[in-house]
Design a protein around this ligand. Structure first.
Ligand SMILES: [Zn+2]
Ligand SMILES: [Zn+2]
Length: 456
């Protein structure tokens, strides 16, 4: 085993909305300076032994009057401003990302001056703070298109590469040759080879392997997703058979776990090359939550508010994109049904969430987590609709299919999801409502508001 195999993979993932604000601010600053500097202040997350991720909590692009002078060695910040930055953010235990630009539009390289300056900077940081922050540095071309990132050790005498992502997912643009299973995607060629390769790399957590989750898995699996983490404590029952593709009486009689049944759906698509972890546990289980943090996308398709709340909290904690799917049917007193399905994608990195957007009801979530006695009291008082809510395959299908389409749009970028998305379909009116996400923004939300999130 050589050294490079031992090193963990280090990534910096900037949520798209934050990246847009940051890069626009950098480009504006460039009109007054030739070179510009920007800072991201990050939380470090140890995803696994081999994977470390830095998530920016906030960003700063200094205004022109924050600079001492512009010299041959580049920009020099006023000392008082620099100290203010460090005291404000680094004392909270955040790590610093220093970003600057080089002239031109080609892939930039760190210069000899950069090496010297950054080495000194890393050393300065480690000798001036009780809990020394790490220094990550990045260099961009003047249009902020191409970049290189690296992280310095505390002595400032060596650095390692950092993978930089400004998208929803940490996916490489691989150029691997086609494999045999790629033959099955001939009719999807139009979306590009990158799209297909990226779907193949994606690992999706599916919370809830019931009537919506199973259809999503079947469709997203056939679109090209091979790596799955399936979470659901429930077993198949005969009452599920009206809406689970490929589920049999035999499976229900044998009491299959729903996760095992969905695993089989994926394994039927991919004879080789897929990786499916099926965990018949509740999402409240802490080991399960650690597993979720290492995946690229969380899809929650359960029928209760409590599990959606936890999924949202995890998505915020680990800055993972979240897709929330649900349907609802009620029958009016004259016997005519009203049917809805809803697809919600909160913005990555906060802005609004399932809780402040009122997508889920916190009171119901609390009741669902309450002991059984309280729950039955509440049910008698009419607070819970119970597990016998009406559900049909075709409505679940609209919901899951649209969710798969949204995920395709997220991966290829043809859907702009920076501000999040909340779509509601209403039948028999056959109408789609698009919630104006501006109204959902809640800066002081307890769950998604900036600042005091508890990272572990
Ligand atoms: Zn430079
Ligand atoms: Zn919120």
């Amino acid at each position: 085993m050589n050294d490079s195999q031992k090193l963990p993979k280090v990534s910096l993932q900037v949520p798209p909305l934050m990246w847009n604000q940051f890069s626009q601010s950098m480009l504006q600053a460039r009109s007054t300076n030739e070179e510009v500097i920007g800072f991201l202040f990050c939380q470090r997350q140890q995803i696994s032994k081999r994977q470390v991720r830095y998530l920016p909590k906030t960003w700063v692009v200094p205004a022109p009057d924050c600079y001492e002078h512009q010299s041959a060695t580049g920009l020099v910040l006023k000392q008082e401003f620099h100290l203010y930055l460090l005291e404000t953010y680094l004392s909270q235990g955040l790590d610093v990302v220093h970003i600057h630009t080089h002239a031109g539009n080609h892939s930039p390289d760190f210069s000899g001056l950069d090496d010297r300056y950054e080495a000194e900077y890393a050393l300065f940081l480690s000798s001036n703070f009780r809990k020394p922050p790490r220094l990550i540095s990045g260099v961009f071309d003047e249009y902020l298109q191409h970049s290189q990132f690296r992280i310095w050790n505390k002595k400032g005498n060596s650095c390692e590469e950092v993978k930089f992502y400004r998208s929803w997912f940490e996916l490489e643009e691989t150029q691997n040759p086609l494999t045999e299973t790629d033959l099955m995607f001939a009719r999807q060629k139009g979306f590009g080879q990158t799209f297909q390769k990226q779907l193949g790399q994606l690992t999706v957590t599916l919370i809830g392997c019931g009537g919506i989750g199973a259809i999503l898995a079947e469709q997203l699996g056939r679109l090209g997703v091979k790596n799955w983490l399936l979470i659901d404590p429930d077993r198949l029952e005969p009452v599920n058979l009206n809406r689970m593709p490929g589920a049999t009486w035999k499976m229900a009689d044998q009491g299959w776990h729903k996760v095992e049944y969905v695993k089989q759906l994926i394994k039927r698509i991919y004879q080789t090359g897929s990786c499916v972890k099926a965990i018949p546990e509740s999402i409240e289980n802490e080991t399960v939550q650690k597993e979720i943090a290492a995946t690229d996308l969380i899809v929650v398709a359960t029928d209760n508010h409590r599990s959606r709340q936890i999924a949202q909290e995890l998505a915020l904690q680990y800055a993972r994109p979240l897709v929330c799917l649900g349907t609802h049917i009620d029958i009016k007193s004259d016997g005519s049904p009203r049917m809805y399905c809803r697809i919600t994608v909160p913005p990555l990195g906060g802005g609004w969430c399932l809780m402040c957007g009122n997508i889920i009801n916190l009171q119901r979530a609390a009741l669902e987590s309450a002991p059984v006695e309280i729950e039955s009291l509440a049910a008698r008082a009419g607070y819970l609709e119970g597990i016998n809510d009406p559900a049909v395959f075709w409505l679940n299908g609209i919901c899951a299919s649209t969710g798969v389409g949204v995920i395709q749009g997220m991966v290829t970028g043809f859907l702009n999801l920076e501000e999040g998305l909340d779509w509601i379909y209403q039948f028999p009116q056959c109408k789609w409502h698009h919630t104006n996400t501006d109204y959902l923004a809640t800066p002081d939300c307890y769950f998604c508001g900036a600042g005091d999130r508890d990272f572990t």
